[in-house]
Design a protein around this ligand. Structure first.
Ligand code: F3S
Length: 406
């Protein structure tokens, strides 16, 4: 692989061991995937944050890095905006929300170690809602699969599905290897998906789940009957990336590469396969995403991917002046919660008995140790992961059906 003189110095250890090791990860990946050179990135988004997923070994590794005086002193770390994926707790309010203390303290140590490396302690899977937002065609290194899908598809930035270590290495070096979705030729559609009826709400998650399962790491080109909101697109991408390994989709007349390239340029010559769906396929998938025989959840968890201000507003309208019977978490980032506080949405939700939970989510939090058994979600990604990652039952439905009132 070709390296510039500066990259060669980084690779040879002139900027210290941490930079050298990070460059080794980036170059090794590039060699595996046939990259000819590196490319500068404009932002990083790093997974591997929850204590539930990285444990003590991950914490020790990060603390070792954070104690590397050489990289801190030389300020070589994170010259670009870098944010974290959700952690396992609400970092500030873990006690009030009854997160286990031992877990919460270790979690804060993990986030502090990332902070010492210069990475923003903003823990969210929707970095694009809180200022970590690339421009069209920017190269970035993001690792949260739903955010990768959003960055590639809705924003038109270029990122592979990075792992936690490779995204951290990219954040440290400000570079990644030029392969995969960074190359125009690899961004063409592999299958056309035409939906013959209009969809909304949880229908987008069901569509993503169905197609992700069918096409694995393919690139779908959707022809939809109706326009989508940004929130619906984040649900679609999250589901595509969880049942399959989709990192990029196009929607006719909607996503930016369709506009700039036109239909023909996005179609591979051999992408003749086509999937036709109607509303019955979507409704059947919605039903199949529920694995509980009960019709009431003891914890309703909304905000997967992390809720936008508009989604929080809708929930506030739904529960206004009512008393919620089941527990309600609305997961989001601290930034969006601050906006919700100012708008009065937090007060409305809390007055009804619900909580806005920051920094974490229903999948990476230790909800299986918190006494819950049936989780209600309006996210196909969460419905897909909760049974396997938390061992709990799940109900997939719209918020207005999941939330029960006294
Ligand atoms: Fe985000 Fe957690 Fe869902 S990381 S995409 S809220 S599973």
């Amino acid at each position: 692989m070709y390296l510039t003189k500066e990259e060669e110095k980084m690779y040879q250890g002139e900027y210290g061991d941490t930079v050298r090791k990070s460059m080794e990860i980036i170059v090794a990946l590039g060699d595996i995937y046939g990259a000819e050179k590196l490319v500068d990135i404009s932002s990083a988004q790093i997974s591997g944050v929850s204590y539930k997923t990285i444990g003590d070994a991950g914490l020790e590794y990060l603390e070792d890095l954070a104690n590397d005086k050489e990289i801190i002193a030389k300020r070589v770390v994170t010259k670009i905006p870098s944010t974290l994926n959700p952690a396992g707790t609400d970092l500030d309010n873990w006690e009030k929300l009854s997160f286990p203390a031992e877990f919460a303290l270790k979690q804060n140590d993990i986030v502090d170690a990332y902070g010492a490396l210069g990475i923003s302690k903003t823990c969210t899977c929707t970095p694009y809602l809180v200022g970590n937002i690339p421009k069209f065609k920017d190269h970035v290194a993001w690792s949260e699969s739903s955010a990768v899908c959003y960055a590639n598809s809705v924003i038109g930035a270029r990122t592979n599905r990075e792992g936690g270590p490779s995204a951290l290495a990219a954040a440290i070096c400000g570079k990644t290897s030029l392969y995969g979705y960074h190359l125009e030729n690899n961004r063409k559609t592999t299958v056309i998906v035409e939906l013959n009826d209009e969809i909304s709400g949880i229908g987008y998650g069901a569509l993503g789940y169905l197609i992700g399962k069918e096409i694995g790491d393919g690139i779908p080109y959707f022809i939809l009957k109706n326009k989508s909101t940004n929130d619906e697109l984040k649900s679609l991408g999250a589901a595509l990336a969880s049942s399959g390994a989709v990192a990029l989709y196009h929607i006719e007349n909607e996503t930016p590469e369709y506009d700039s390239a036109g239909k023909e340029k996005l179609l591979n010559e051999d992408s003749s396969s086509k999937i036709n769906l109607n509303i019955n396929d979507i409704e059947d998938t919605c039903k199949n995403l529920t694995n509980s025989s009960k019709d009431e959840a003891d914890l309703v968890c909304l905000g997967c991917p992390h809720a936008s201000l508009e989604e929080i507003k809708d929930i506030a309208n739904l529960v206004n002046n009512k008393r919620i019977k089941n527990e309600l978490w609305v997961c989001t980032s601290i930034n969006i919660k601050a906006a919700a506080d100012r708008m009065g949405y937090t007060k409305v939700i809390e007055s009804a008995g619900g909580h806005i939970v920051c920094d974490t989510c229903m999948v990476v939090a230790p909800i299986e140790d918190m006494g819950y058994e049936i989780i209600g979600v309006d996210s196909a990604k969460a419905a897909n992961y909760i049974p396997s990652m938390c061992g709990l039952e799940v109900i997939y439905d719209n918020a207005k059906n999941l939330i029960k009132f006294e």
